[in-house]
Design a protein around this ligand. Structure first.
Ligand code: PMP
Length: 386
């Protein structure tokens, strides 16, 4: 039986993207590949709405994208402020500390997010070089108020790194207009490509900070000095080599980015909002509570939903048996108390209805009957019809 892949990454990808992966492997010096890589880099810049930024595409996962940002911007002893909304903010802090940063956290209880006033209170103490924000923390489905957070970082002259792994090309983000220094992501979520690529767009100010650093970057593979000439060369239509690029994945990335731009970023953000609203209508009709503590903080790329009384993590397996693969919890404090459903990339109204139906049947088969059969599907359907 074919299950619908509805975990928060990796996600289902389009047939044309898969087709690109099944084409004969190209060498990194092939003229066709050079043109494709150059176009993919330009497209990445467009996806981040960052005409002034330098794109980087490197073989690796989202964690490497985080390290590519931190390793180049942090020198031992620098102070960094982590706007902490969950598991992936903790990971960012871990990477920052490994590269010698002194980290201060601004935290909120799970499901919440620090607001701009709380962050500003910290930044106003002075001495911070860098602020990090997880655009959507995949462990809590919290959408950080990133635009207002970036405003305070810029007011205080602090560099910013935004982890968009669970957001880029799904949640609205305007890198240049909002003044983010690094927007980073990975290929396997709303960008619509299988796992394997770390993607960054870096502002001129961040590159300038990196150029002026005194301490060497503590990783050869993560050093922008190795990658920048490669990215510049391919964008200029010339080959260059530091470490073998994942040619097939880059061809697939180019296809997916082309599709994203053809859909239109605003239309794509709106589609993600619409699907998320339909899921939320269904969860509410089932009497289920979300982790995010307010509608404004609820991500459009995934849902994180508490199990109701009497239901445990075995629900995930029962939903799978009903045809939809979803995920359990991830936040260390709440792991066993909630499930997650990804709704990004090519998510359609059909996917919403199938998934909601599978969750509803799985809840009923497990004895949870807070609503009549079909109530959740009807609520999603109603939300999709408005
Ligand atoms: N940041 C966020 C917000 C994520 O969701 C993830 C992955 N789920 C990562 C970072 C790390 O990415 P990867 O697993 O690709 O290393």
């Amino acid at each position: 039986m074919r299950d619908l892949l509805m975990i928060p990454g990796p996600v289902d990808v389009d047939a044309e993207v898969l087709q690109a992966l099944s084409a004969p492997v190209l060498g990194h010096l092939d003229a066709g590949f050079i043109a494709t890589f150059g176009r993919a880099l330009k497209r990445l810049r467009e996806i981040s709405l960052a005409p002034s930024a330098q794109p980087f595409v490197v073989s690796g996962s989202g964690t490497l994208a985080m390290e590519l940002a931190v390793a180049n911007l942090i020198e031992p002893g620098d102070r960094a402020l982590v706007v902490n909304t969950g598991y992936f903010s903790d990971r960012m802090a871990h990477i920052l500390e490994r590269h010698g940063a002194k980290v201060t956290h601004v935290r909120a209880p799970p499901g919440g997010a620090p607001d701009a006033a709380q962050v500003e209170a910290e930044l106003a103490r002075g001495g911070f070089k860098l602020m990090t924000v997880t655009h959507v923390d995949t462990s809590t489905a919290v959408l950080a108020p990133v635009e207002s957070l970036l405003k305070v970082a810029n007011k205080h002259g602090v560099l910013s790194v935004v982890d968009g792994v669970c957001a880029t090309a799904g949640e609205a983000f305007h890198q240049d207009a909002w003044g983010a220094d690094v927007y980073l992501t990975a290929s396997q979520k709303a960008v619509g490509v299988p796992p394997g690529l770390a993607l960054l767009t870096v502002s001129p100010r961040a590159l300038d900070t990196w150029r002026k650093r005194k301490a060497p970057v503590a990783s050869v593979y993560a050093d922008w000095a190795e990658w920048l000439p490669v990215m510049e060369a391919y964008e200029a239509g010339k080959p260059s080599y530091f470490a073998t690029p994942p040619t097939s994945l880059i061809c697939a990335l180019d296809v997916s980015l082309g599709q994203i731009l053809a859909e239109g970023l605003e239309a794509r953000f709106e589609r993600h909002r619409r699907m998320a609203r339909a899921f939320r209508a269904a969860w509410s009709a089932l009497g289920l509570r979300l982790l995010p503590t307010s509608e404004a903080l609820a991500a459009n790329t995934l849902s994180a939903v508490y199990y109701p009384e009497g239901v445990d993590a075995s629900l995930v397996g029962r939903v799978k048996a009903q045809g939809a693969a979803i995920a359990g919890g991830l936040h260390p404090e709440l792991k066993t108390r909630y499930f997650r459903v990804g709704h990004m990339n090519r998510v359609t109204t059909g996917d919403v209805l199938v998934t909601v139906g599978a969750v509803e049947r799985a809840l009923h088969s497990g004895g949870y009957r807070a609503s009549a059969s079909g109530t959740a599907v009807a609520a999603a359907q109603a939300a999709l019809s408005t």
